[in-house]
Design a protein around this ligand. Sequence first.
Ligand code: NAP
Length: 457
Amino acid sequence: MAYRTINPTTNKLVKTYPNHTDADVEAALDAAHKLYKSEWSKGPIQPRLKVLERLADLIDARKEELARIATVEMGKLISDARDEVWIIAEIARYYARNAEKFLAPTRIDSQLGDAWVEHHPIGVLLAVEPWNFPYYQLMRVFAPALAAGNPVVAKHASIVPHCATVFEELVNEAGAPKGAWTNLFITSDQVANIIADERVQGAAMTGSEGAGSAIAAQAGKYLKKSTLEMGGNDVFVVLDDADIDKAVDIGVFSRLHISGQECICAKRFVLHESIAETFLSRFTTAMAAVKIGDPLDETTRLGPLSSADAVKGLSGQVARAIEHGATLHLGGNAIEGEGNFFEPTILTNISRSNPAYFEEFFGPVAQVYVVKNDDEIVELANDSRYGLAGAVFSQNIERAKALASRIATGAIWINTFASTAPELPFGGVKRSGYGRELSELGIKEFVNQKLVLVAKS
Ligand code: NAP
């Protein structure tokens, strides 16, 4: 894998980065393992939490610069990049302020004696991360790992090396000791060797099913704990009693957020038949009116896809869906000229035998389904290999809550866009992966939850 920055707005090469050698990987593992065995990891939590507080302040102070780096490197709107920078500082602060409480011993009522569970670091972790949230994905692993005392070696996506480098610099500047977070520009083979290494105790991976499966297989072979945050095919359900204008606004935003390249976002629009025509008509008008262009321009609403390959892949998916009988209701094409732009697209009449029915479209392509009742909604929503998230729009909150309980995903949002916050757990079921990041659940994925029992005298 060649690590290089290619600006997706222009497709011009900005910079290439040399790969790390096996000797570099060995030095990184050695430093990380030494740190794990030191007082820093095993001792009091306060020095580690101070680093997180400092890191949050450093990030806040460099917000605009960090946002621009992400926009130039992977093409998200500058306003979205600022939001991402804001939230990574919040995640660092959240663990700085709550990790001590989360990791405190918890007592258990037992007839066998005085019992409690302690939380200890387990050792060096590997993080393998995608480009679509080039800082947030790193912070979701780093902040809880640092608080818990687990050093991390990280392999970021090959198209965001500048974000990877700047994140490591910030961590070092915040006072994290050598080995706490080491960025490595490495190949899949080197990733596999790291998982096999005895010093490494866990792997946290976010990305596609193919990569997740490769990492989970290697972790399984060497009996290492792993968490997988994979893709999704989230439903965006609009019931007959929904506020249609609100659902249209949020639906357009959600489907086009990060140019449609977000794991949790509206991908399958599931419309109650009585409002389907109205919703589709307003949704189509709004999608068609979106301003497409330079993501650094504050007025742009849809930027480029992350790479030329992404455009090729998405074009192929749309063409295949149409070949198999889907109706192209809007858009459908890559935009000619400089950069990796793709039209806002709507597909209707997708049958279950169409490959699109089960696929994740990682771009501005909405699939639309029409249903008759709540049972059909549940059946369609759960007829998916994924199970990441979903949204339900209704003015009847009790009805929406009942539906939310029946949909098999890691999260459901009612009358809102899939939002993330440090205190909200994040993760999926089925092929969307396993394990949780963020919140108290996230920090407990990679700690030894050790039982201690004092016998009754
Ligand atoms: P990807 O190709 O799987 O890449 C993710 C990371 O895995 C990159 O660092 C990539 O490195 C690495 N990788 C790829 N193949 C590998 C292998 N065989 N061994 C080791 N590492 C490997 O994913 P993507 O297509 O860029 O990302 C988009 C996917 O991520 C979508 O499906 C999206 O839904 C999902 N996602 C999920 C979440 C979540 O929290 N659930 C969040 C964001 C994204 P290279 O770049 O060098 O190939």
